[in-house]
Design a protein around this ligand. Structure first.
Ligand SMILES: Nc1ncnc2c1ncn2[C@@H]1O[C@H](COP(=O)(O)OP(=O)(O)OP(=O)(O)O)[C@@H](O)[C@H]1O
Length: 657
């Protein structure tokens, strides 16, 4: 668990939220000014109402004597809600923009860790980031900053205003309100921040544990330990509730201390106004006495401004921790900053951010396009269309990127998608162990190659390097002469991947097929479904292509999901396809049928199949073994079957001898 974060330290090093405060200086200042004005109108309303009530009670000779007070009541009465509405509008408008941009930024940061390089964050962590950090950050402004700044300014204004009538009373109010706006917040932070941080850490742990256990629920049940899990979860829940109870007890004490302060201020005002405007002190007793109620009543609306300051200070500590957690994330992919904080309308901001990610990707950047185009396929077809030729792909790239695009696509449009790994060495960040150590491999365009090796030998790592998800520490990985890691968003037009675990989104089957190519028509979809042998199955579905795929595609069998993934890749229309253990978990007959379909459908393309066993390998042009970070064995399946004892032994194992 992180130590209680200091808001000051968090803000000083913040790269996430601070830029928005700088960018939105004017709306921020405007919202604070509107808030002060709204409170002033509320106080003015009570002041004039107090005067009017007292004045009316003395039965003036004519109602015209109350004329000015009546007008003031109307002005303040109408002005207060209008100002409050404007303040809410201004503050919520920009904070919702900020939250939306922050979500986009979080997605882009996580995107940089995805791909074949494997995500490094757990689902629960991401859930925690989204729900505990991002969503609550909007409260940092709405519940911490705005109320605190407004309360301090009002404290100053009220003191100065009262000082015009009586210095000692103004001083008394300054001290009393100082207890509420400075002392109590300080006490709240000193006594409550450790507890608040513990609560937050516990919630995040519970998110992580819950998602972990939901994903692994079957294993808990099969091992007969579901009760144990439930008991553990309930115990954690009870500990959290205990902390929540302690927090609410502390909050009650703070509220009570605040009420005492407000009571003292009101009593002091009453006594002072009584002496000042009532009795013998007043020159004109009948009209001066009207100010007693006016002065006392006008303080009450201000309580609303001062009351939240202790809680706001405590909340600021949690928000500081959120800011630090967000700042611990890797830099997001793409130049999100301008798109994220620009004052353009929200939809345009999202669209331009997606565009920005497309244009400014860094080496380890898979495209941001699928997430956006998946949600809105029709709107993004043109921008996201996967061009059939390389020159068209540059049409969507802006001037800044034109040069880079020209380089990468020139290499690719040379008609070759040859892959070359030259003396490649790679170690994962934070590890000294070289997973690949001086590996050399050339894969000519159109070749079908099986990559074998022991578990952990580095097969998937090699595939990730080819896809440009990692950059080698030394050596080069090129596709058609261009560095794989520099292809960035052009990569999805070069390489398609079919992974072990196929993920299907909770959308229609058609939308799932279009993930790699939002511009694909229904005819295209039927054509590829035909190729992968799924046409009949889809025709039997209640709404055909528009049938909703249940969560994670559970309505489809493993083999069907793999065929859907193959159909996606066929729609993506790429020259190179990586199959990362594509038949794991399938029975031998389904596996055989799937591989048969795969090879037929991928005829003419480069196929790199990372696999553990030899099923389907005989259909490949070439087999390589990765061992000790290099290619240890290399040859055609026929050659190896004849001459390589290791391969022969594997064949024998595979056949069950
Ligand atoms: N993200 C990562 N961070 C650190 N180490 C990693 C990471 N991914 C893989 N490794 C390590 O790199 C080595 C090679 O892993 P890789 O997944 O490439 O092997 P593999 O041959 O594909 O294994 P398998 O057949 O079991 O999938 C392993 O020792 C693994 O623990």
């Amino acid at each position: 668990m992180r130590n209680a974060a200091s808001p000051w330290r968090a803000f000083r090093h913040d790269r996430w939220v601070r830029p928005f405060f700088a960018r939105y200086k004017k709306p921020l200042a405007g919202a604070i000014a509107l808030s002060i004005l709204a409170y002033t109108f509320a106080a003015g309303l009570m002041f004039t109402s107090g005067y009017l009530i007292s004045g009316s009670a003395t039965l003036p000779a004519s109602v015209l004597m109350m004329h000015l007070a009546l007008i003031a009541v109307r002005v303040f009465g109408l002005g207060k809600p209008v100002l409050q509405y404007l303040e809410r509008l201004t503050s919520h408008d920009w904070i919702l923009r900020v939250t939306s941009s922050l979500r986009l930024r979080l997605y882009q940061s996580l995107e940089g860790q995805a791909g074949m390089g494997r995500a490094v964050r757990r689902t629960g962590d991401v859930l925690g980031l989204l729900s505990e950090d991002l969503s609550h950050l909007q409260n940092m402004y709405l519940r911490c900053m705005l109320p605190t700044v407004a309360a301090w300014l009002l404290w100053l204004i009220a003191t100065i205003a009262l000082g015009a009538f009586s210095l000692p009373v103004a001083l008394g109010m300054f001290v009393l309100l100082g207890i509420q706006t400075v002392l109590l917040p300080l006490v709240a932070v000193l006594t409550g921040s450790a507890r608040r941080m513990r609560m937050k850490a516990m919630k995040n742990e519970m998110y992580a544990e819950l998602t972990d256990n939901v994903l692994g629920v079957a294993d808990w049940v099969f091992s007969g330990r579901s009760d144990e899990y439930l008991a553990r979860h309930l115990a954690a829940h009870d500990r959290l509730r205990e902390l929540q109870r302690a927090e609410s007890r502390a909050s009650h004490w703070r509220d009570m201390a605040g009420q005492v302060v407000f009571g003292l201020v009101a009593a002091m005002l009453l006594m002072w106004a009584g002496v000042q405007f009532g009795g013998a002190a007043a020159v004109d007793v009948s009209s001066a006495a009207n100010y007693i109620a006016a002065f006392v009543l006008c303080f009450f609306p201000l309580i609303e401004a001062f009351a939240p300051t202790p809680a706001a200070a405590l909340d600021a500590v949690s928000h500081a921790d959120s800011i630090m957690r967000l700042n611990d994330l890797p830099e997001p992919v793409g130049d999100w900053g301008d798109a994220g904080v620009s004052a353009v309308p929200l939809a345009a901001s999202v669209a331009s951010s997606a565009g920005a990610a497309t244009h400014h990707s860094k080496p380890v950047a898979p495209s941001a396009r699928p997430a956006v185009s998946f949600a809105e396929p029709a709107a993004s077809h043109d921008a996201a269309r996967i061009p059939s030729d390389a020159s068209a792909s540059c049409a969507v790239v802006d001037a800044d990127e034109a040069a880079g695009c020209a380089v990468t696509d020139a290499a690719a449009s040379g008609g070759t998608a040859d892959i070359r790994l030259q003396d490649v060495s790679f170690a994962y960040p934070g590890s000294d162990r070289l997973v690949l150590d001086g590996l050399d491999l050339e894969i000519p365009q159109g070749q079908k190659i099986a990559v074998l090796g022991r578990s952990g030998a580095g097969k998937s790592t090699m595939a990730a390097l080819i896809r440009g998800d990692h950059v080698p520490q030394s050596g080069r990985v090129t596709i058609g002469g261009a560095d794989a890691s520099a292809l960035g968003d052009a990569m999805p037009r070069r390489i398609g991947v079919i992974q072990q675990n196929i993920y299907l989104f909770n959308d229609t089957l058609l939308a799932n097929l279009r993930v790699g190519n939002p511009a694909a028509t229904e005819e295209d979809a039927w054509r590829v479904l035909d190729q992968v042998g799924l046409r009949e199955m889809v025709e039997r579905l209640p709404q055909g292509l528009n049938t909703l795929v249940d969560e994670a595609g559970k309505r489809f069998s493993g083999g069907e999901r793999h065929r859907i993934a193959l159909a996606r890749v066929l729609l993506q229309d790429v020259p190179i396809v990586i199959l990362d253990e594509p038949t794991v978990g399938l029975d031998p007959i389904t596996e055989h049928a799937l591989l048969d379909t795969l090879f037929k459908a991928l005829e003419g393309r480069t196929v790199i199949m990372v696999t553990h066993h030899l099923q389907g390998v005989s259909a490949m042009d070439r087999v390589v073994f990765v061992e000790d970070g290099r290619i240890a064995i290399d040859g055609s399946p026929e050659q190896l079957a004849k001459a390589n004892s290791h391969y022969q032994a594997l064949l024998a194992f595979d056949r069950g001898f």
